[in-house]
Write a protein that binds this ligand. Structure first.
Ligand code: SF4
Length: 432
């Protein structure tokens, strides 16, 4: 039996600390949940057992206990950023991708730096603190292209954090330029890259990765690049795309691989923010999201269910004793599921996403705005706060009087993947 709450403070989580009152019929599962809730390490085998066999109630309760212990202030964060795509031309042809076009395809495009800078300026005007520059593996784009891109953005907008690209792009640019991973990482960091996005992780274990992205680097290589970046002071996030036919064991293997690299980062002391001084290193956050089925070669033959997603969120919170933050993906799962995830260990609702084209091209149609994101957090019983890339709180909205008032801050402010290219007026829930 899982240890019961003993005080009212335990029940509300106001005082932080362990709380779990669920009762399951399985003593082994109870014991694992209790250990996880208390901050102890659970093994991959135990994580799989929890994922497949723990009651949803007990799983969520234990994961939420971790969230409360880590964040006793009850704050859930969000970010204002814009995903700007520099090209959709790509030689890697991942089967799940609806965004890319092969070189010489009539629908292939690349944006000049001036257009990217224009979009950065627009994002800043709307309160963005971060841009995610994201694109295909263009056959001509080596390290010099990215150096120019990042240094141009930094020069024009030094206040904007560049949280961009992923290990796949780094490997691709290093190959195009004929340089080592290390050299590529150092050069793009010097040029202005602040943080590496966790993009391209998809599924890290070999079998499911080869099935959906046969031309991409292996999961081990993806992690190797992250480890190099961490050693050079570039922290990152880690993602996972679930729902393309991987097994439950492969999902757990994915997070095992990430946790192992994170252990090395923690042991190496590769920390760069006060928030991470609690013992986490290179990966600041874990962000699972669900495969979207439209306009790609997998054609939606498999998809993760909402319950699979939510259970995985909870297991991830219990498993990652060395990763500080867990983010819900409202863009792919929907806002109601994103809000529900806040009760399963999540402490961050991600970005408003002023622009997003990659996942939206595959069918993610969910939209939101600043008021609604704040409303989702507040009505879940949490305190909304705008954060920056490094999870530092920029503005805490303790009451509605503290809320921002800019009505222009909407997701998909511009998007080539959305009908009419944007979403300036939205049919949203009442937020006031
Ligand atoms: S996911 Fe990235 S690497 Fe794969 S095809 Fe799409 S743009 Fe290219």
């Amino acid at each position: 039996m899982i240890r019961a709450a003993t005080t009212a403070a335990d029940c509300t989580g106001a005082a932080g600390g362990t709380y779990a009152s669920g009762v399951t019929a399985n003593a082994e599962i109870d014991s694992i949940l209790q250990r996880g809730a208390d901050g102890g390490r659970i093994t991959p085998e135990e994580a799989l057992l929890l994922y497949t066999d723990a009651s949803f109630h007990a799983l969520g309760e234990a994961a939420d206990a971790v969230r409360r212990r880590r964040y006793p202030d009850g704050i859930v964060t969000y970010l204002i950023d814009r995903n700007i795509n520099y090209t959709n031309v790509c030689v890697t042809a991942c089967k799940f991708c609806a965004f890319y076009r092969a070189p010489k395809h009539a629908e292939g495009w690349s944006h000049p730096t001036e257009e990217i800078l224009r979009r950065c300026g627009e994002a800043i005007d709307l309160g963005a603190t971060q841009v995610m520059l994201q694109g295909g593996h263009h056959p001509d784009y080596g390290v010099a292209y990215y150096e120019d891109l990042f240094s141009s953005v930094k020069e024009a907008y030094p206040q904007l954090a560049i949280h961009s690209i992923g290990p796949s792009e780094i490997l691709h640019m290093a190959k195009v330029s004929g340089v080592s991973i290390e050299e590529a990482v150092v050069r793009i960091k010097v040029a202005g890259l602040d943080s590496i996005a966790g993009a391209g992780a998809e599924m890290l274990p070999d079998r499911p990765r080869k099935a959906i992205a046969p031309l991409k680097e292996s999961g081990a290589r993806w992690l190797e690049v992250m480890a190099v970046a961490h050693r050079h002071g570039l922290s990152s996030t880690a993602t996972m795309m679930m729902g393309t036919g991987e097994t439950n064991a492969e999902r757990i293997e994915h997070i095992r691989m990430i946790r192992e690299v994170q252990d090395q980062a923690v042991a190496g002391g590769y920390r760069d923010t006060p928030v991470e001084a609690d013992g986490t290193g290179g990966f600041r956050a874990f962000i699972p999201w669900t495969y979207q089925p439209e306009n790609n070669h997998l054609k939606g033959r498999t998809q993760a269910t909402t319950m699979e997603y939510l259970r995985f969120i909870a297991v991830s919170r219990l498993f990652f004793d060395n990763v500080a933050h867990l983010q819900a993906s409202w863009l792919t799962t929907g806002k109601d599921v994103g809000q529900l995830a806040l009760h399963l260990g999540v402490d961050d609702l991600g970005s408003i996403m002023l622009e997003e084209n990659v996942i939206s091209s595959a069918g993610a149609r969910h939209r939101s705005n600043l008021h609604e994101l704040i409303w989702m957090i507040r009505t879940a019983g949490r305190i909304p706060a705008q954060r920056d890339t490094l999870y530092r709180h920029l503005a805490v909205h303790r009451t509605e009087a503290d809320d921002p008032t800019d009505e222009r801050v909407v997701s998909h402010f511009s998007s080539i993947a959305m009908p009419n290219g944007g979403a300036r007026t939205l049919p949203l829930v009442e937020t006031r």
